[in-house]
Structures are given as structure tokens and as C-alpha cells.
Design a protein around this ligand. Structure first.
Ligand SMILES: Cc1cc2nc3c(=O)[nH]c(=O)nc-3n(C[C@H](O)[C@H](O)[C@H](O)COP(=O)(O)OP(=O)(O)OC[C@H]3O[C@@H](n4cnc5c(N)ncnc54)[C@H](O)[C@@H]3O)c2cc1C
Length: 352
């Protein structure tokens, strides 16, 4: 049986960023993917790097801020190693908070110019957004570059064959059994996203939270230049003139079908903000499965089985959290003190 220092299950952005970190630390790494690398949640995401406090659960805020700070370097390194370009934008976000209670926030996050100047295509309204200095990234560019960078660094991949179980020998993780074969490693990390709970022996309580989105071609390339976030819809411009409009949050099991009426609602909410989008051609619609957990926090760190680790459950923020997750999981796995307290994210919290 072939063996590696580490096996990572799941070639989404979390598994990939950790694989690269561990390879940099000198380990041999195999990534096992049930389908095609990078084609699940990490492909479906919008790519907002939304570290602004309101929507991130409190225990996650320090990690979110640290990860947002790491992004320019993270992207730069992946571009360098893959030879691929990643669309990372720093124009900032216009954020429409839900209620009037956010008056104080308005003062602490003023618009740098009038709304008419920042986004001339906006429908005139008496609601003013906050300005937040968040970046956004094209997640498909990001995962494609991470896959290429991983290959370039000599990380091995097994694709199209799901991991089913971790075999434990002498009380430690030793072998990963797939449908077709088995691979050996002293360290195994479950990064299987919404499917993480399906691999034996531990049933992590992850579940899929479906998100439908669509993408249009802006009638003028820079019709929208900021990310726009409101309670009904968000808009994420790409530098090539596409605009991503998202997203639903649905409990629909592992279903990834799009529903025309639902997409119409998202499009209508976008038109309410930017009437000129009525002329925008729809390029694509899709749905993806966010890895959700009961308390909306990720599951990070060791498990009850020595040698078996987990990094999943990043829900709505896995693109944002990929760089910091790779780094802190590398620290845990190589026996260093992680730079953040990971107690709130321990797999143990779900053991009854
Ligand atoms: C519509 C939508 C919009 C989003 N927008 C944003 C956003 O703006 N910003 C942000 O930060 N995040 C966003 N997210 C969340 C983000 O996409 C996820 O948190 C992140 O991609 C999770 O990464 P992952 O690697 O854990 O999961 P995934 O990308 O799903 O990767 C898990 C991988 O594991 C593989 N796998 C599963 N089971 C097995 C098995 N048994 N054996 C082998 N392989 C297996 C899967 O095939 C998959 O490739 C969004 C998600 C969705 C769906």
C-alpha cells in the first residue's frame, strides 16, 4: 500500500490551502477527492472576503480578520506558483444594514464620497449604505490556482474515488479506505466540506446549506464596481465585466438544482438596486452546498482518534477563512501551539 505523511480528504479550498501549508513544512501529501478537485462549494461561492463584524459569529471574528489580512499575500503566492491570474478586488463594500439601530455604524463607516459618485448606476434612495474596506476574490480562479500550485509543489491527488472510512490501527489513524482502494498515512485530515459527516468513524454534524446564484454580463464593464451587500441580495463585480448575484440559504439536503422562480427573485432584488441591470444578459446560474454546523462555527483541530484531524464547517465564510485555516491547522498538526484559541471550534463540543 502506498503511503504519505498526510492524507487530506477533500480538494476544496480548505483542503487545498492546508495541503500546501503541510507540503511547505516538508511533508508528503495526498489529497483524495470524490469528484473533480475544487468543484463543490469552493467553486460555487461568491468570494466576498466579508470580515466586517455584523454577520460573523463573535468567536470567529479574530480568525476572520486575520485571514482577511493574509489575503493579498495568499493570492500573490498562489499566482506566483501556479502562473495563473486571480481576480482579487479591493474597491470595498457598500453594506446596507438591516435596521435603523445601525446609525452609529453609519458614523464609524462613512462613505468616502457621495453614493452617486461611488456607484452612479444606483437607484436614488434615502437609504445610505456603510462603506467597509473588504476585498473580494473570484473563487474559481482561486481554487484553480491552488490546485495548480499544489501540483507544482509535488502534492499528489486521487480524484473520482470517495473516501469512506479511516481505519484505526494501534489506536491511531492509519489507512483511508476509498471505494476502489486504500492509502496509508499517520495523519489524516477530513476537509470534506458538507460531506464531512459521512466518513467513518466519527460523524461530524455537518450539513449542506444550499445557495443559488446567477451571473450576468454587466451592460457596461464597470456598471458596478463595489461589492454590494443588503439583506435580500448581494452583488459581486468581477474585473472582466461579470456580476455575480446571490444567494439563497436553503435546507434542501444535497440537492444542487436551480429554480427559475428563485433566480428571478434574486435578479429582481438586484434590479431594485441597479435598474440598468434590466439589460444585463444572464450568463450562468448554479447552486452550491455550504458546509453548515449546528452552531454556525467551523470544526477545527484534532479528533478523539490520534492522527485524525478535521477542518470543515466553514459555512458562509470558507473562502475568507482558507488562509488562516491552512496556517492554524498546520500548527496543530505539526505540534506547534496554534496562534488562536481553538476551543470554540473543537470537534469535542458535539460529542454526547
Ligand atoms: C452560493 C454560495 C456562496 C458563498 N459565498 C461565499 C463568500 O462570498 N465568501 C466566503 O468566504 N464563502 C462563501 N461561501 C462558502 C464557501 O464556499 C465554503 O465555506 C467553502 O468553499 C468551504 O470549503 P471546503 O473546502 O470546506 O468545501 P468544498 O469546496 O465543498 O470542498 C469539499 C470537497 O470535499 C470533497 N469530498 C466530500 N466528501 C468526500 C469524500 N468522502 N471523499 C473525497 N472527497 C470528498 C468534495 O467533493 C469537495 O470537493 C459560499 C458558498 C456558497 C454555496
Amino acid at each position: 500500500m502506498k503511503s504519505w505523511d498526510t492524507i487530506i480528504i477533500g480538494a476544496g479550498i480548505i483542503g487545498l490551502s492546508l495541503a500546501i501549508e503541510l507540503r511547505k513544512a516538508g511533508m508528503s501529501v495526498l489529497v483524495i477527492e470524490k469528484g473533480e478537485p475544487g468543484r463543490e462549494a469552493s467553486w460555487a461561492a461568491g468570494g466576498m472576503l466579508a470580515d466586517f463584524g455584523l454577520e460573523i459569529p463573535a468567536p470567529l471574528q479574530a480568525l476572520a480578520r486575520a485571514s482577511a489580512r493574509m489575503y493579498p499575500e495568499f493570492v500573490h503566492e498562489l499566482e506566483d506558483e501556479s502562473g495563473l491570474k486571480i481576480d482579487l478586488r479591493s474597491e470595498g463594500t457598500l453594506f446596507f444594514p438591516d435596521s435603523k439601530q445601525d446609525h452609529a455604524l453609519q458614523e464609524s463607516h462613512p462613505l468616502p464620497a457621495s453614493l452617486a459618485k461611488l456607484e452612479p448606476a444606483f437607484r436614488a434612495s434615502d437609504r445610505l449604505p456603510l462603506y467597509v474596506q473588504e476585498r473580494c476574490v473570484d473563487p474559481r480562479h482561486l481554487t484553480a490556482a491552488a490546485i495548480a500550485a499544489a501540483r507544482h509543489r509535488g502534492i499528489d491527488f486521487s480524484s473520482g474515488d470517495p473516501a469512506r472510512a479511516i481505519e484505526i490501527r494501534d489506536g491511531k489513524a492509519a489507512v483511508v479506505r476509498t471505494d476502489r482502494t486504500q492509502f496509508a498515512a499517520a495523519i489524516v485530515v477530513n476537509c470534506a466540506g458538507a460531506w464531512a459527516g459521512q466518513i467513518r468513524p466519527h460523524a461530524f454534524p455537518t450539513r449542506p446549506v444550499k445557495g443559488q446564484m446567477l451571473c450576468v454580463a454587466m451592460p457596461e464593464k464597470d456598471l458596478v464596481s463595489h461589492v454590494v451587500r443588503s439583506s435580500d441580495v448581494y452583488l459581486i463585480p468581477r474585473s472582466d465585466g461579470r456580476l455575480v448575484i446571490g444567494a439563497t440559504q436553503e435546507e434542501a439536503g444535497f440537492d444542487k438544482q436551480t429554480v427559475p422562480e428563485t433566480l428571478q427573485k434574486l435578479r429582481k432584488a438586484a434590479l431594485d438596486l441597479i435598474p440598468k441591470l434590466a439589460d444585463a444578459r444572464i450568463l450562468e446560474a448554479w447552486a452550491g452546498l455550504r458546509p453548515g454546523t449546528p452552531d454556525k462555527l467551523p470544526i477545527l483541530g484534532e479528533t478523539a482518534t490520534p492522527g485524525y484531524f478535521v477542518a470543515t464547517g466553514h459555512f458562509r465564510d470558507g473562502i475568507l477563512l482558507a488562509p488562516i485555516t491552512g496556517r492554524i491547522m498546520r500548527q496543530v498538526i505539526t505540534g506547534q501551539q496554534p496562534e488562536f484559541d481553538l476551543n470554540a471550534f473543537a470537534a469535542e463540543r458535539f460529542r454526547t
